[in-house]
Design a protein around this ligand. Sequence first.
Ligand code: AMP
Length: 368
Amino acid sequence: MRIGIIGAGQLGQMLGFAAHDLNASCRYIDPSDDPPAAVCGKVIQASYDDPVALVALAETCDVITYEFENVPVTALQHIEGITPIYPPARALQHAQDRLAEKLLFDELEIPLPGYHAVDSREDLDAAAEKLGLPMVVKTRRMGYDGKGQFVVKDIGQLDAAWAALGTQSLVAEQFVPFDYEVSCIGVRRVSGDTAIYPLSRNVHVEGILHSARSPVDAPELTAKASDYMHRLLDHLDYVGVLALELFVVGKDLRANEFAPRVHNSGHWSIEGSETSQFENHLRAILDLPLGSTASKGYAGMVNLIGHISPATRALGVGVLHDYGKTSRPGRKLGHVTVVADSEEQCDALVEIIDKTVTQSRKPGETTT
Ligand code: AMP
């Protein structure tokens, strides 16, 4: 079997490694020169919406998938008739537009922060009036890792928020004073079987995922998140891995967003689960039996952002994944995963990694 992947970054690379274990091969489309996934298979160097490249990929692969959610939907529609494409385009359509995503959460009765669509300066005033402050103003499209966002803390900042983002369609949402953040990763195969991973507890720094730990000892929250995940998977007639990010507020959850792809907050599953999210994504789209999502222990993952220092390489704790990318501030270059026998041990190991990674950051370098 050959899998066509739109995008050849680190997610494509980790999918490629998983494909190898399933005796499948991968072929990619990516505009960059030497992307991380080039070590796993042939890369057609072209833009993601290049019609000639897309047809070439579709005609030479048994199934097509993608590694990031900003693939133009029209690009997928262009090749739909040639080869099956998973996850389905309608999931992508919702995930690409924060307003459509929130309307879907509402329709499926998945709780979420209050929100208000903003297309004019007057709408922004109305949003502040309706939602109260602080509120977070986000671009509807192309936002990721906290980019395209403005936290409005007082009325005096409305002008600045509008000046920063007002050229695009926006959505304002209540600022959630969350206890912590979690993600729920689910997977559904072509024939409809589903599986869900234990929750992951995530820490973001300046909008970028910094670390993730799983499982989370919170049975009530796990049951609620699984219920929401099932609603999404079934409603979208979904195929592949889906990641749902949620805020925890007491015993309740509020949905933030979902990603129709393998997700950074699930990287720990390579070492920490019976079957990784990458293998299960491939199993789902190839309609193979899904593998167990049971944990092998307490897993922790720390992202390596901007720079991988010699001290980090010399750590000798956990498994270091180096995506082979050139250093650049804010760029996800790799991650380290540990698997421990207890939550305490996992926390202690994550702290050691965290300290080494943070202290060895180049002077003046932040995560963004
Ligand atoms: P996003 O790109 O929407 O995932 O936002 C990136 C991060 O910003 C989230 O993981 C949160 O840490 C924070 N954030 C986003 N929206 C909100 C909100 N409504 N209330 C509080 N924090 C938020």
